[in-house]
Design a protein around this ligand. Structure first.
Ligand code: NDP
Length: 319
């Protein structure tokens, strides 16, 4: 079963493998398959679920709400996000103004069929709205009981520090940062991780298998696997292309002997790798089918020895 970790210095435990539904629910994946993935997640002990209002233009929240209907609310942690427009494009449909936040949380709660989310996250930083206005809106949402904890996503270390200071003044505390992090994307290591550690915040990291690239299923010179994200014309193909070059794909194949030494699949090695960082509270995995959830969840509790971590760095180089 999947282990749990504390989110920052709070008392909230989240499953260190969290299931997210970007690009899949309401888009690439039919609703039955989406629900089967959520069921598989629950069966392996995943209790935390991440979505956003903007995923599939609100449909992802709706599908997740349906999939979790009837599941004991106290046994799950539901995370969603606000920032991007989901409406027809009114002047206040984007960003972190008080108006957009207050309207968005109510839509998310309705679609998710819940009275509160465990974690409400600023999907991006808003350079146009005063940070104090944004943090006051979050403070009020916490006070109203619509969100229990507040986090951010893809904020720089300086933005996190400023938001955290304001949150403390307002009687709550920013608790998490949600950045991209994988063996192929290590941007957060020099600044975001040390700052978060100092402030008592955790990372919930997205795309730990680099959208499928670190599973090793994309092999240079071979056709793309049918039904994979790289072939998904609804959006996935565009998102994954940053990793789809022969040099990166060949280096990933070079990780196979390391995974074999640990008796892991490449996907499990990649998920376990992000969990070696003690500032990471959860690896946020996606899946288009239940078998992927079951496979990747087995990365929970795996220790990768330092010698193998060094060999991973050698194989990947500056990929
Ligand atoms: P992953 O890196 O886990 O990629 C998931 C995809 O990789 C799956 O949908 C599947 O795609 C493929 N895959 C996963 N496991 C396997 C396996 N064992 N074998 C073969 N293929 C596999 O993460 P995502 O990019 O999906 O992101 C995860 C979550 O992170 C999102 O759902 C969302 O919650 C969050 N996120 C947050 C962002 C933010 O800005 N805050 C941005 C992006 C994501 P397929 O089968 O189609 O090839």
């Amino acid at each position: 079963m999947v282990n749990h970790r504390y989110l920052g210095n709070s008392g909230l435990k989240i499953s260190e493998i969290t299931y997210g539904n970007w690009l899949t629910h309401g888009s690439q994946v039919e609703n039955d398959a989406a629900k089967a993935c959520v069921r598989a997640a629950l069966d392996v002990g995943i209790t935390s679920f991440d979505t956003a209002d903007v995923y599939a233009n609100t449909a992802a929240e709706t599908v997740l709400g349906e999939a979790l209907a009837g599941v004991r609310r106290e046994s799950t942690e539901i995370f969603t996000k606000v920032y991007w427009p989901t409406g027809p494009g009114g002047p206040n449909d984007c960003g972190l103004s008080r108006k957009h936040i207050m309207e968005s949380i109510d839509g998310s709660l309705r679609r998710l069929r819940t009275d509160y989310v465990d974690l409400y996250q600023a999907h991006r930083y808003d350079t146009e709205t005063p940070l104090a206005e944004t943090m006051q809106a979050f403070a009020d949402i916490v006070r109203q009981g619509k969100a229990l904890y507040i986090g951010v996503s893809e904020w720089t270390a300086d933005q996190i520090r400023a938001g955290h200071a304001l949150s403390k003044e307002l009687g709550f505390q920013l608790i998490s940062s949600q950045p991209q992090y994988s063996m192929l994307w290590r941007v957060i290591e020099p600044e975001v991780v040390p700052t978060s550690r100092e402030l008592g915040m955790s990372q919930i990291v997205w795309s730990p298998v680099a959208q499928g690239v670190l599973t090793g299923k994309y092999v240079p010179g071979q056709p793309l696997p049918a039904g994979s994200r790289a072939t998904d014309e609804k959006g996935g193909a565009n998102m994954i292309k940053r990793f789809m070059n022969d040099d990166v794909l060949a280096r990933v194949q070079g990780l196979r002997p390391i995974a074999a030494e640990l008796d892991l699949s490449l996907a499990q090695l990649a998920v376990a790798w992000v969990l070696q960082n003690d500032n990471v509270a959860a690896a946020l995995i996606g899946a288009s089918r239940p078998e992927q959830v079951v496979e990747n969840a087995k990365a929970s509790g795996v220790t990768i020895p330092a010698e193998l971590l060094a060999r991973i760095d050698e194989v990947l180089g500056d990929a």
